[in-house]
Design a protein around this ligand. Structure first.
Ligand code: OSB
Ligand code: MG
Length: 368
């Protein structure tokens, strides 16, 4: 595939309500939208780098610099035989997984559209037309949280995940469990605890959580393995898993038994295919995480979650939970906890160009 030009667009899209986690409250999404154009066909990818590095290290400013100085010129000069080859071609440029992913996903989408096939058919999800999804609830009051959990269960969501931090855990979890004793419930601490909290974390066993997500430091494996020996609740890692090797290490030492897959954290679809190999070999369930993506990233996540290793419900809930208006024309809405895979070539969504312009902060087009 020869690439004629690449567009780097930064957008700002307001959330319907601020999303509060242990790293703060966010009121709007800042996203990098990458579009590649090749022989009259476009493909899109979304970068999940942040304005400031609260989740992992990558920032939008740093990502844009690497894209325009290095990755985009490389793609314009070299193209690719198959998007599966890009990860290894870029391996000498270390890290920057989210940034690499934004361009890699655009290349996969463009490639699939040129072949006239849905992206899922290129990554092993050929027969899958819908995926099971749960919802991730930000921090709020106990009363609002219980009401929100009940609403999501009534809407058919397959599991509910609650953001937690020290001071926002046991009373809230007790109230939710009292209201909904049997639902599939998980918690996500986004690294808010330390091993000094082991007794507190062990006390969560009584809530019968499906798993606890990233309780400790955002780059740690060792302490999670120590914690795992002291609690019954399974541990799922998110932030700490950044490569197929890290996943293998985590599973080998028992730092986690469940794997949250975010394509941006791993550096692209080819890396996720390798993570899937590790997980299938070791019987570790994967599920598809989210970063409150706009329609482009959300559509990619839906296709990703059709891969056979994804066995637990993911975070790719209805777009309308997060945005009053999205940048794609298709409505990405779950029905009874099942998210339909967008039909048509590539990721199966088209941009709402007029609305996209209205939320655009900057655009740069780089040509061969
Ligand atoms: O830790 O999974 C996370 C959102 C932004 C950054 C990190 C996380 C999240 C979510 C939201 O939990 C998941 C979603 O609805 O996309
Ligand atoms: Mg998480």
């Amino acid at each position: 595939m020869r690439v004629d030009e690449v567009e780097l667009r930064v957008i700002r899209l307001p959330y319907r309500a601020p999303f509060k986690t242990s790293f703060g409250a966010e009121a709007e999404k800042h996203a990098v939208l990458v579009t590649v154009r090749s022989d009259g066909i476009e493909g899109h990818g979304e970068g999940v780098m942040e304005p400031v590095p609260l989740y992992r290290e990558e920032t939008i400013a740093g990502g844009l610099g690497l894209l325009s100085d290095t990755l985009v010129p490389w793609v314009l000069a070299n193209g690719c035989e198959h998007p599966r080859d890009l990860t290894d071609a870029w391996a000498r440029w270390r890290g920057n997984n989210m940034t690499k992913t934004s361009l890699e996903l655009a290349m996969w989408d463009c490639f699939a559209r040129q072949q006239g096939v849905p992206l899922r058919t290129l990554i092993g999800g050929g027969d899958v037309t819908e995926i099971p999804v749960g919802a991730s609830l930000g921090m709020n009051t106990v009363e609002n949280t219980v009401a929100s959990v009940e609403r999501h269960v009534a809407d058919g969501y397959r599991r509910v995940k609650l953001k937690i931090e020290p001071g926002w855990d046991r009373p809230m979890l007790s109230a939710v469990r009292a209201a909904c004793p049997d639902i599939e419930l998980t918690v996500d601490a986004n690294s808010a605890y330390t091993l000094a909290d082991t007794d507190l974390l062990a006390s969560f066993d009584e809530y019968h959580l499906h798993y606890i997500e990233q309780p400790l430091h955002w780059d740690d494996l060792h302490d999670h393995a120590v914690l795992a020996a002291s609690i019954s609740t399974p541990i799922c890692l998110d932030e700490s898993l950044t490569s197929p090797a890290r996943v293998r290490h985590a599973l080998e030492i028992g730092a986690c038994t469940v794997v949250n897959v975010k394509v941006g954290r791993f550096g692209g679809l080819t890396q996720v295919e390798r993570v899937q190999e590790e997980c299938l070999r070791r019987g570790a369930p994967m599920w598809c995480g989210g970063m409150l993506e706009t329609g482009v990233g959300r559509a990619h996540n839906i296709h990703l979650a059709t891969m056979p290793g994804f066995v637990y419900p993911g975070d790719t809930a209805s777009a309308s939970r997060t945005y009053a208006r999205d940048i794609v024309e298709q409505k990405l809405e779950a029905v009874n906890g099942m998210m339909p895979v967008p039909e048509g070539p590539g990721i199966g969504v088209t941009l709402d160009r007029a609305f996209l312009e209205s939320v655009t902060q900057s655009v740069e087009v780089i040509r061969a």
